[in-house]
Write a protein that binds this ligand. Structure first.
Ligand code: SAH
Length: 213
Protein backbone atom coordinates (compact mmCIF):
# COMPACT_ATOMS: atom_id res chain seq x y z
CA UNK A 1 0.00 0.00 0.00
CA UNK A 2 1.15 3.50 -0.75
CA UNK A 3 1.33 6.74 1.15
CA UNK A 4 -0.52 9.51 -0.71
CA UNK A 5 -1.20 13.23 -0.28
CA UNK A 6 -4.67 12.22 0.91
CA UNK A 7 -3.11 10.22 3.73
CA UNK A 8 -0.87 13.19 4.52
CA UNK A 9 -3.91 15.46 4.74
CA UNK A 10 -5.65 13.03 7.09
CA UNK A 11 -2.55 12.87 9.29
CA UNK A 12 -2.41 16.65 9.55
CA UNK A 13 -6.06 16.61 10.64
CA UNK A 14 -5.33 13.90 13.21
CA UNK A 15 -2.52 16.03 14.64
CA UNK A 16 -5.01 18.91 14.94
CA UNK A 17 -7.46 16.66 16.78
CA UNK A 18 -4.73 15.58 19.21
CA UNK A 19 -3.75 19.20 19.74
CA UNK A 20 -7.39 20.05 20.50
CA UNK A 21 -7.37 17.22 23.06
CA UNK A 22 -4.41 18.80 24.81
CA UNK A 23 -1.21 17.49 23.21
CA UNK A 24 1.28 20.35 22.94
CA UNK A 25 4.67 18.75 22.26
CA UNK A 26 5.53 19.75 18.68
CA UNK A 27 7.97 16.86 18.26
CA UNK A 28 5.19 14.40 19.11
CA UNK A 29 2.72 16.17 16.80
CA UNK A 30 5.29 16.14 14.00
CA UNK A 31 5.78 12.40 14.47
CA UNK A 32 2.00 11.93 14.11
CA UNK A 33 2.08 14.08 10.95
CA UNK A 34 4.85 11.94 9.53
CA UNK A 35 4.18 8.27 10.39
CA UNK A 36 1.93 6.43 7.91
CA UNK A 37 -0.43 4.89 10.49
CA UNK A 38 -2.57 3.29 7.76
CA UNK A 39 0.31 0.90 7.05
CA UNK A 40 0.23 -0.35 10.67
CA UNK A 41 -3.31 -1.70 10.67
CA UNK A 42 -5.23 -4.37 8.79
CA UNK A 43 -6.33 -3.21 5.37
CA UNK A 44 -10.05 -3.47 6.18
CA UNK A 45 -9.64 -0.62 8.68
CA UNK A 46 -7.60 1.68 6.47
CA UNK A 47 -10.35 4.28 6.16
CA UNK A 48 -10.29 4.70 9.93
CA UNK A 49 -6.52 4.84 10.31
CA UNK A 50 -6.45 8.56 10.96
CA UNK A 51 -9.32 8.78 13.39
CA UNK A 52 -8.46 8.84 17.07
CA UNK A 53 -9.42 5.19 17.54
CA UNK A 54 -7.87 1.93 18.69
CA UNK A 55 -8.06 -1.03 16.26
CA UNK A 56 -7.50 -4.77 16.22
CA UNK A 57 -4.10 -5.97 15.04
CA UNK A 58 -2.87 -9.58 14.97
CA UNK A 59 -3.08 -12.03 17.89
CA UNK A 60 -6.17 -10.39 19.45
CA UNK A 61 -4.26 -7.22 20.34
CA UNK A 62 -4.97 -3.58 19.52
CA UNK A 63 -3.04 -0.62 18.19
CA UNK A 64 -3.47 2.08 20.85
CA UNK A 65 -5.51 5.25 20.29
CA UNK A 66 -3.34 7.95 18.69
CA UNK A 67 -4.21 10.17 21.66
CA UNK A 68 -2.89 7.57 24.09
CA UNK A 69 0.34 7.17 22.10
CA UNK A 70 0.77 10.94 21.90
CA UNK A 71 -0.02 11.39 25.60
CA UNK A 72 2.45 8.73 26.72
CA UNK A 73 5.10 10.14 24.38
CA UNK A 74 4.58 13.68 25.66
CA UNK A 75 4.76 12.61 29.32
CA UNK A 76 7.94 10.60 28.73
CA UNK A 77 9.58 13.72 27.21
CA UNK A 78 12.14 11.71 25.26
CA UNK A 79 15.33 13.56 24.33
CA UNK A 80 17.48 12.62 21.34
CA UNK A 81 19.85 9.74 22.08
CA UNK A 82 18.04 8.55 25.22
CA UNK A 83 17.85 4.84 25.85
CA UNK A 84 14.21 3.80 25.95
CA UNK A 85 12.67 0.42 26.77
CA UNK A 86 9.21 -0.22 25.35
CA UNK A 87 7.06 -3.08 26.68
CA UNK A 88 4.42 -4.21 24.16
CA UNK A 89 5.69 -3.62 20.62
CA UNK A 90 2.30 -4.52 19.14
CA UNK A 91 1.90 -2.90 15.74
CA UNK A 92 5.06 -0.83 16.22
CA UNK A 93 3.28 2.53 15.93
CA UNK A 94 4.42 3.74 19.37
CA UNK A 95 7.89 2.40 18.54
CA UNK A 96 7.92 4.55 15.39
CA UNK A 97 6.96 7.63 17.43
CA UNK A 98 9.84 6.97 19.85
CA UNK A 99 12.21 6.61 16.89
CA UNK A 100 10.95 9.89 15.40
CA UNK A 101 11.85 11.44 18.78
CA UNK A 102 15.36 10.05 18.12
CA UNK A 103 15.44 7.61 21.02
CA UNK A 104 17.52 4.44 21.02
CA UNK A 105 14.67 1.99 21.36
CA UNK A 106 14.62 -1.54 22.77
CA UNK A 107 11.17 -3.05 22.33
CA UNK A 108 9.74 -6.25 23.83
CA UNK A 109 6.71 -8.22 22.63
CA UNK A 110 5.42 -11.45 24.16
CA UNK A 111 3.24 -12.60 21.22
CA UNK A 112 5.43 -14.36 18.69
CA UNK A 113 3.12 -13.61 15.77
CA UNK A 114 3.29 -9.86 16.45
CA UNK A 115 7.01 -9.94 17.21
CA UNK A 116 7.66 -11.58 13.83
CA UNK A 117 5.30 -9.36 11.87
CA UNK A 118 6.41 -6.05 13.35
CA UNK A 119 10.14 -6.81 13.38
CA UNK A 120 9.92 -7.37 9.62
CA UNK A 121 7.57 -4.48 8.91
CA UNK A 122 9.15 -1.55 10.80
CA UNK A 123 12.60 -1.69 9.13
CA UNK A 124 10.83 -2.01 5.78
CA UNK A 125 9.39 1.49 6.24
CA UNK A 126 12.62 2.85 7.66
CA UNK A 127 12.15 2.46 11.45
CA UNK A 128 15.04 0.68 13.15
CA UNK A 129 14.99 0.09 16.91
CA UNK A 130 18.27 -1.04 18.48
CA UNK A 131 16.59 -4.37 19.18
CA UNK A 132 13.30 -6.23 18.82
CA UNK A 133 12.99 -8.72 21.67
CA UNK A 134 10.62 -11.66 21.85
CA UNK A 135 10.18 -11.94 25.60
CA UNK A 136 8.29 -11.14 28.77
CA UNK A 137 8.23 -7.46 29.60
CA UNK A 138 7.63 -8.16 33.30
CA UNK A 139 11.35 -8.96 33.47
CA UNK A 140 12.47 -5.83 31.59
CA UNK A 141 15.82 -6.12 29.82
CA UNK A 142 18.50 -6.39 32.54
CA UNK A 143 21.38 -6.83 30.07
CA UNK A 144 20.72 -3.37 28.58
CA UNK A 145 19.77 -1.56 31.80
CA UNK A 146 19.75 1.13 33.03
CA UNK A 147 17.29 3.05 30.83
CA UNK A 148 16.45 6.74 30.68
CA UNK A 149 12.81 5.93 30.05
CA UNK A 150 10.59 2.83 30.21
CA UNK A 151 7.14 2.84 28.62
CA UNK A 152 4.56 0.09 29.08
CA UNK A 153 1.76 -0.07 26.50
CA UNK A 154 -0.35 -2.81 28.12
CA UNK A 155 -2.43 -2.64 31.30
CA UNK A 156 -0.37 -3.94 34.21
CA UNK A 157 -2.17 -5.43 37.24
CA UNK A 158 0.79 -4.26 39.38
CA UNK A 159 4.09 -2.42 38.88
CA UNK A 160 6.85 -4.93 38.11
CA UNK A 161 9.85 -4.30 40.38
CA UNK A 162 12.43 -5.14 37.68
CA UNK A 163 11.19 -2.16 35.64
CA UNK A 164 11.73 0.26 38.54
CA UNK A 165 15.13 -1.32 39.19
CA UNK A 166 16.20 -0.84 35.55
CA UNK A 167 15.73 2.96 35.57
CA UNK A 168 18.61 5.42 35.69
CA UNK A 169 18.54 7.93 38.55
CA UNK A 170 16.36 10.69 37.08
CA UNK A 171 14.75 8.16 34.75
CA UNK A 172 11.01 7.72 34.18
CA UNK A 173 8.71 4.70 34.06
CA UNK A 174 5.29 5.31 32.50
CA UNK A 175 2.87 2.46 33.08
CA UNK A 176 -0.93 2.02 33.01
CA UNK A 177 -1.77 0.22 36.26
CA UNK A 178 -4.97 -1.68 37.00
CA UNK A 179 -7.29 -4.48 35.91
CA UNK A 180 -9.94 -3.58 33.36
CA UNK A 181 -9.37 0.16 33.53
CA UNK A 182 -5.95 1.56 34.31
CA UNK A 183 -4.52 4.67 35.92
CA UNK A 184 -1.65 6.04 33.85
CA UNK A 185 1.14 6.17 36.40
CA UNK A 186 4.50 7.93 36.15
CA UNK A 187 7.42 7.01 38.40
CA UNK A 188 10.48 9.27 38.50
CA UNK A 189 13.55 7.76 40.09
CA UNK A 190 14.94 10.30 42.55
CA UNK A 191 17.72 8.13 44.02
CA UNK A 192 18.64 4.46 44.34
CA UNK A 193 15.69 3.94 46.69
CA UNK A 194 13.30 6.84 46.14
CA UNK A 195 10.62 7.11 43.46
CA UNK A 196 8.20 9.96 42.95
CA UNK A 197 4.75 8.81 41.80
CA UNK A 198 2.23 10.77 39.68
CA UNK A 199 -1.21 9.55 38.61
CA UNK A 200 -2.26 10.93 35.24
CA UNK A 201 -5.81 9.80 34.54
CA UNK A 202 -7.76 6.76 33.38
CA UNK A 203 -7.02 4.74 30.25
CA UNK A 204 -7.98 1.35 28.88
CA UNK A 205 -5.37 -1.06 27.52
CA UNK A 206 -5.23 -4.77 26.66
CA UNK A 207 -3.78 -6.64 29.64
CA UNK A 208 -0.09 -7.09 30.31
CA UNK A 209 0.30 -10.87 30.51
CA UNK A 210 3.07 -12.96 32.04
CA UNK A 211 5.39 -15.23 30.00
CA UNK A 212 5.83 -15.49 26.27
CA UNK A 213 3.24 -16.88 23.87
N1 SAH B 1 2.12 0.14 21.37
C1 SAH B 1 1.31 -0.87 20.75
C2 SAH B 1 0.28 -1.38 21.75
C3 SAH B 1 -0.16 -2.76 21.45
S1 SAH B 1 -1.24 -3.45 22.63
C4 SAH B 1 0.61 -0.31 19.53
O1 SAH B 1 0.23 0.85 19.55
O2 SAH B 1 0.41 -1.05 18.58
C5 SAH B 1 -0.16 -4.05 23.88
C6 SAH B 1 0.87 -5.06 23.45
O3 SAH B 1 1.55 -5.50 24.63
C7 SAH B 1 0.30 -6.30 22.78
O4 SAH B 1 0.94 -6.50 21.56
C8 SAH B 1 0.63 -7.42 23.78
O5 SAH B 1 0.90 -8.66 23.17
C9 SAH B 1 1.87 -6.87 24.47
N2 SAH B 1 2.15 -7.43 25.79
C10 SAH B 1 1.27 -7.79 26.76
N3 SAH B 1 1.93 -8.26 27.84
C11 SAH B 1 3.26 -8.21 27.54
C12 SAH B 1 4.46 -8.58 28.25
N4 SAH B 1 4.44 -9.14 29.46
N5 SAH B 1 5.65 -8.38 27.62
C13 SAH B 1 5.71 -7.84 26.37
N6 SAH B 1 4.61 -7.48 25.67
C14 SAH B 1 3.41 -7.66 26.23
Amino acid sequence: MRDTTKHQGLRNQLANVLQAKGITDENVLNAVRKIPRHLFIDSSFVDHAYQDKAFPIAANQTISHPYTVAFQSEVLAVKPGEKVLEIGTGSGYQTAVLLELKAQVYTIERQHELFKKTSLFLPKIGYRPKRFIFGDGYKGLPEQAPFDKIIVTAGAPYVPNPLLAQLKIGGKLLIPVGDGEQVMTLFIRKSAKEFEKHELGDFRFVPMLEEKN
